[in-house]
Design a protein around this ligand. Structure first.
Ligand code: URA
Length: 423
């Protein structure tokens, strides 16, 4: 087979055969197809799309490029969640221990942030001593002892996707529903979970800007999961404004701990409990209400065990960035808009996120939103507090917040927190 024939077929709008897909993924993983050829094929896929059959086969080939984890020795059913990413999306942190406290095993292989959306591992790494990189054997031990584990995906899992995602990132080919769906699902299926709940974010701070795009992505991923025997459910949820009040790394850990202690912002609690119910149902676990596990401290107990098992000190003080700048309300009224993308970019510019994969992030940098859309504000009251390691970073962060919020007489036009459910 020849890479040029495969590129031409997709360029000219044809569906790729199973043999072409298997060959291209295998040859690319082995280094037998040049990066420029794969880049050209990815662009042809972005422009001409793929049929459901092609997406299914592409996903299967990426799974087959590496190892598949096996949790069948565990006494509890496994259930997992994946979010397509957003601003202030710290839900995995309280959710994994909460679902484990209700009787499931939660193997949560997570990633780092790139661009304006944060990464779960970056957030957890702000806890002194906590390690993201653990071996498969250590992962099984943490899962066994705590019931939940959040760690970095090993390099053996879907290596074809690892290579291809890095290539797409620098060739303008990330924004393709077939490529996003197969990328996410190949990792989740290789991870070996029995059930999966997808949190597909919609709005300015998300990959998918409209409900229609998000629905198409969700339907595609649910179909892939179902075809692979993984009970898969998707929620479409709002990302037009930040989730919760904290955006950054340590500040999001602190907010997650508040939720586990029975407090925390209403939207974070509502989404965490709803996703927990979906995960338990998809995993076939009945008889336990996640809201009770937040109230009675059992989710917090799992969190402490999970953090300690990976070297972290759950009682250690979290890093705080030394410099702050507070934006106050320019007038009185209702906060009618707080744009998720603007806040995400500002937090990134403050040092909470990275522009290139190899960049370090600041543990203490971030933003605290004192008001959320719908709140009444009075002229001069604090709206947003920016935290950074270096005061020189404020200027560019403030630029990105310019026009990012409105105060007016009206009511905000917001997406519902939970827009739809697909299964
Ligand atoms: N996340 C992934 O893992 N892959 C994509 O293609 C996009 C987001």
């Amino acid at each position: 087979m020849d890479a040029i024939d495969v590129i031409r077929a997709k360029r000219d709008g044809h569906a790729l055969s199973n043999e072409q897909i298997d060959w291209v993924i295998d040859a690319y993983t082995r280094g037998a197809i040049a990066e420029e050829q794969m880049s050209s094929l990815a662009m042809a896929i972005l422009l001409n799309g793929m049929t459901r059959a092609e997406i299914g086969r592409w996903t299967a080939a990426m799974i087959a490029s590496g190892e598949r984890m096996d949790f069948s020795s565990l006494s509890r059913p496994t259930t997992d969640k994946h979010s397509t990413g957003g601003v202030g999306d710290k839900i995995t942190l309280p959710l994994a221990p909460l679902v484990a406290a209700c009787g499931a095993a939660v193997p949560q292989l997570s990633g780092r942030g790139l661009g304006h959306t944060g990464g779960t591992l970056d957030k957890l790494e702000s806890i002194p001593g906590w390690r993201a990189n653990i071996t498969n054997a250590e992962m099984m031990d943490v899962l066994d002892s705590a019931g939940a584990v959040i760690c970095a995906a090993g390099s053996g899992l879907a290596p074809a996707d690892r290579k291809l995602y890095a290539l797409r990132d620098v060739t303008g080919t990330v924004e393709s529903i077939p490529l996003i769906a197969s990328s996410i699902m190949s990792k989740k299926i290789a991870e070996g979970t029995g059930a999966l709940v997808l949190d597909v974010k919609v709005g300015s701070g998300a990959f998918m800007k409209t409900v229609e795009q998000a629905r198409e992505l969700a339907e595609t991923m649910v179909a892939i999961g179902t075809d692979h025997g993984v009970k898969t459910v998707a929620l479409l949820t709002a990302m037009d404004r930040p989730l919760g009040r904290a955006v950054g790394n340590a500040v999001e850990v602190a907010e997650s701990v508040d939720v586990l202690a029975g407090g925390g912002p209403e939207d974070v609690v509502e989404l965490t409990v709803r996703l927990a119910r979906e995960m338990l149902e998809a995993g076939g676990i009945t008889g336990k209400d996640p809201a009770d596990a937040l109230r009675d401290g059992s989710a917090m107990d799992v969190w402490r065990r999970m953090i300690s098992a990976q070297g972290g000190d759950p009682d250690a003080a979290l890093p705080v960035a030394p410099e702050t700048h507070t934006i106050t309300a320019p007038s009185s009224g209702v906060l009618t808009r707080l744009d998720a993308f603007a806040v995400g970019v500002a937090a990134w510019r403050l040092g909470a996120g990275r522009a290139r994969k190899e960049d370090a992030v600041s543990a203490g940098a971030g933003i605290i939103c004192h008001a959320k859309p719908g709140d009444k504000v009075t002229e001069g009251q604090p709206l947003l507090t920016l935290h950074a390691d270096n005061a020189s970073l404020f200027e560019r962060a403030l630029d990105s917040l310019e026009g990012g919020y409105d105060i007016g007489p009206g009511t905000p036009d917001l997406l519902p927190l939970i827009i739809d459910r697909l299964s």
